[in-house]
Write a protein that binds this ligand. Sequence first.
Ligand code: SF4
Length: 292
Amino acid sequence: MNTTTAEPLNAWYETSARELPWREPGTTGWGVLVSETMLQQTPVRRVEPVWWEWMRRWPRPSDLAAASQAEVLRAWGKLGYPRRALRLHQAAEAIAAEHDDVVPSDVDTLLGLPGIGTYTARAVAAFAYGRRAPVVDTNVRRVVARAVHGAGDAGPPSPNRDLADVEALLPDDDAKAAKLSAAIMELGQTVCTARAPGCDLCPIAHDCAWLAAGCPEYAGPPKKVQRFAGTDRQVRGKLLDVLRGASGPVERADLDRAWSEAGQRDRCLDSLLVDGLVEQTEDGRFALPGEH
Ligand code: SF4
C-alpha cells in the first residue's frame, strides 16, 4: 500500500461505505464531534440511537452547554467510559463561549479545546470539514500494519510513528486525503477485521504487503486483552446506573446493593468522586454532579 492506493480505496468507499447518520451531507461539525466522541470505544449500533437523541435535544454546542452535568450523564446512558460525556460538555461550553457556537475546523484549535485529543481533533477536521489530517485508531493501525508493513497486526501504539505512517499515505489534496482517512478506517472496521480479514473483497488486495507475503502470523509483542466482567469499569457502570435511575441523591446502602465486594466497590466509588462523575451531599448521600 502506498500513495497510489488512495484511488481504489476512495472509489470503494464511495460505493461500499456504510450509511451512518453522521456521514450524511449537512451534518455539522458538532454532530461529527459528538459522534466521534461516542464512537471511541463504543460500537456503532449502540451509538446510533444515543447520537440521534443528543442531536434532537442538543443540536448546537450551546444547547449542551446549558444542560446540567447530571442531565448529560443520564443521556449518555450505557455508552460506557462516561468521563467522555463530561469532557464533551466542557468542550461544548468552550465552543459556545469562544468559537461562536461553531466547532473549529483546524486541528490545532480543536486540540486547544478541553477534552479533545489527537484522534478526535483530526477526525473532526477530516470528516466534518474535509481537511487533510491523518486519523489513527485501532482499525487504521491494523490496516497499515498489514497493507504497508506486511505484519499480521499492529503492535502496541506509537503515536508519532502511527501518525507519520498514515500521513505518508495521504494525497496532497484536502478532499481526497479526508476521504482516504475515512476509507482506511472503514476498511479496518468492515473488511480488514482483526479476526477474519476479507481479502477477497478488499479493494487494495493487489497492493497489500501482508497478503503478498502469504499472510504470516502476527509475531509482535503480545496485545492486552480487554475483559469487562468483574473489572472496576463494570463496577463504576453499575454504581452510575443506580444514580441515573434515581431522581435525586441516594443512600450509601443503595449503592452497596449494586456490587457485593466492598473493597472494590469503595475504590470505584472513590474514583467516581475524584473524576467528578459523582458528588457527595452534605448529609452523606451520593448524587450525579449538581443534582443535590
Ligand atoms: S488484502 Fe486483506 S490484509 Fe490486506 S488490507 Fe485487504 S483485507 Fe487487509
